[in-house]
Design a protein around this ligand. Structure first.
Ligand code: 6GU
Length: 248
């Protein structure tokens, strides 16, 4: 998969050299290219913003540098290859595991994290006519720019690529995985030592009884979901619940 990111803070994307995403790049599974938007300006001050038409607070990102940057990136692709443009904005559609799965099936994503009050609308219109453009928000709070959301989205997408996680089965039971039998949060996990600061491991996990362990994990997942995300249980198909759940 190819990923391009256009930003006025290329250094903000340096964590893409680390950990899971960094290793996927080193292995050649991900081709990540970060571009400095200011390189596509032509004035002495490398201006990327201006005052909003109609007045109001803050500044708006000028369309010309985005147009030059995106045209150059698009032209650098193989003949006929068309990227999906991902535009981070608090006004976008929610970024969910389902969208991460959908994006992980695309060959080429271009991210356009903005600062200030956002990008001149005409840029989204212009590319929206020719490309698949997704305006996406990572949650109901306001950040100063789209760079942190790009780190979030790239990590969520990259770990779904074939061969990036050690074990392909390990994301089949992720909390929020689409098609998960019950969409419950994952329950608690334990490892050695068997006792730590006087705290032991739930007995059932040491029993070797796989049926009882599965039952216990399902109950813990239900309990945690009811406590932390009651909305997920309200929205659940009642057929996905069982007799045990009603007793918890
Ligand atoms: Cl994608 N951008 C910004 N600036 N703030 C956000 C966001 C995105 N998602 C949630 N808050």
């Amino acid at each position: 998969m190819r990923l391009d990111v256009v930003t006025i803070f290329p250094e903000y994307l340096e964590p893409l050299n680390l950990s899971l995403v960094g290793k996927a790049r080193a292995r050649g599974q991900l081709d990540v290219r970060v571009h400095d938007l200011r390189k596509f300006t032509h004035d002495r001050h490398n201006t990327v913003d201006d005052t909003p038409y109609g007045g109001g607070p803050g500044m708006v990102m000028k369309p010309e540098p985005w147009g030059e940057a995106l045209d150059g990136i698009i032209a650098s692709g193989e003949a006929g290859e068309r990227p999906t443009l991902v535009v981070p904005t608090p006004s976008g559609r929610p970024f969910t595991q389902q969208l991460a799965v959908e994006l992980s099936g695309k060959p080429w994503l271009v991210f356009t994290p903005a600062r200030y009050e956002g990008i001149d609308r005409r840029v989204i219109e212009e590319y929206g006519e020719r490309f698949d453009v997704r305006e996406v928000s990572i949650g109901d709070y306001v950040l100063a720019g789209g760079e942190a959301p790009v780190l979030v989205m790239v990590e969520a997408v990259a770990r779904l690529l074939p061969g990036v996680l050690g074990n392909a089965a390990s994301h089949q039971d992720d909390s929020f995985a689409p098609g998960r039998m019950e969409s419950l949060l994952e329950g608690p996990v334990y490892t050695k030592p068997p006792e730590w600061r006087g705290r032991s491991i739930p007995e059932v996990l040491l029993s070797g009884h796989h049926g009882k362990i599965a039952r216990w994990r399902r109950d813990e997942a239900f309990r945690r979901t009811a406590a932390n995300r009651p909305d997920l249980i309200e929205g659940c198909d009642p057929a996905a619940l069982d007799k045990h759940d009603r007793r918890i």
